[in-house]
Each structure stands twice: as structure tokens, then as C-alpha cells.
Design a protein around this ligand. Structure first.
Ligand code: ROI
Length: 159
């Protein structure tokens, strides 16, 4: 199945956090990385008293079920010493399963597609870079959503 993962970090060298997470995704059995966006910087959405974020989106081809992908993502977050004290607070690494094919899921651990996608330029713009024509079930094509979403200070970064 074709799946998309959003990566975000705003603590402890965010660029390295995101790159390290990509390397760990590559080591995960059952996930094959197909495409990777550039890295983007943006001011925090939510509480402003925290550092800017680095975000990226990765496409994988996977044989794992959605909750097995979630488990893999959470173990990578934990490997990278994720700390999170408050809701919408800063974090060393956030890995979100954004979409898993056309699956719609409302599990207490996992909602698919990921809620809030349509308002998040830091998800949609990198995603459109690698999969402009992907149709997010129940929403629209990634590119259409990206074009409709205010950029909110999002910038491509040079690494
Ligand atoms: N803001 C930005 N810019 N990028 C994120 O990845 C991000 N992640 C979050 C909240 C706190 C909502 N804000 C964010 O979880």
C-alpha cells in the first residue's frame, strides 16, 4: 500500500532529527521509501512560545497494516528521545501517518486520513512536491489543498 508520513521537529537540532528519522524509516522492515520532499521551516502552528519547526513528507510503499506502521513510527519517535510535555508543545520528533491508500479509519490510536491536514501548509506543500496528484480520501488532491492553504511563513530550506 502507498502511505505518506509527515515528519516534524523543533528541538535538539531539528534538521538532524528529521534526517535521522528518515534513516530509521529506511531500516524498518516492511517499509520502502519511495519519495522524500525537501525540508521546510515554518513558525509554530499553535502556541508561539516555541522554536520554529522543520517538516518534511515521505512516501513509502508498505506491506504493514496501518497500526503496524503507527507502531513503527512511535518506536522511531521513542528512539530519538521524544519528549512532549504539553499538547501542541515543542517536540524532538513527530511522525504522523498522514494517509494509507484510501483507508478511512477512526481508531482511538489512529485516524486516517490524519485530521487537520487541510489547514497545514507544512504538511501539504512538501506532500505536493512528491505526490501532487494523490487523492486524499474524503478531501481532494494534495496539490489542490496545498494551493488553497495559506503558507503561514513556510519556507524551503537549503541543507
Ligand atoms: N507547527 C509547525 N509549523 N510544524 C509542525 O510540525 C507542528 N506540529 C505540531 C503543532 C504543535 C500543531 N505545530 C506545528 O504538532
Amino acid at each position: 500500500m502507498r502511505a505518506f508520513i509527515g515528519l516534524g521537529s523543533n528541538l535538539e537540532d531539528p534538521i538532524a532529527q528529521v534526517n535521522d528519522a528518515i534513516a530509521l524509516l529506511d531500516e524498518t522492515n516492511g517499509l520502502e521509501r519511495i519519495a522524500t520532499s525537501l525540508l521546510y521551516a515554518s513558525p509554530p502552528m499553535g502556541p508561539q512560545d516555541q522554536p520554529d519547526y522543520i517538516n518534511a513528507v515521505v512516501e513509502v510503499e508498505t506491506l504493514l497494516a496501518p497500526l503496524a506502521v503507527l507502531n513503527a513510527l512511535q518506536s522511531i519517535e521513542n528512539c530519538q528521545g521524544r519528549v512532549r510535555e504539553r499538547r501542541w508543545g515543542p517536540r524532538t520528533l513527530d511522525l504522523d501517518l498522514l494517509a494509507y491508500g484510501e483507508v478511512v479509519m477512526h481508531d482511538e490510536r489512529l485516524q486516517l486520513p490524519h485530521p487537520g491536514i487541510a489547514e497545514r501548509a507544512f504538511v501539504l506543500v512538501p506532500w505536493a512536491e512528491i505526490a501532487a496528484d494523490f487523492e486524499i480520501i474524503g478531501l481532494d488532491k494534495v496539490q489542490v489543498l496545498a494551493d488553497a492553504c495559506p503558507l503561514a511563513g513556510l519556507e524551503k530550506i537549503n541543507t
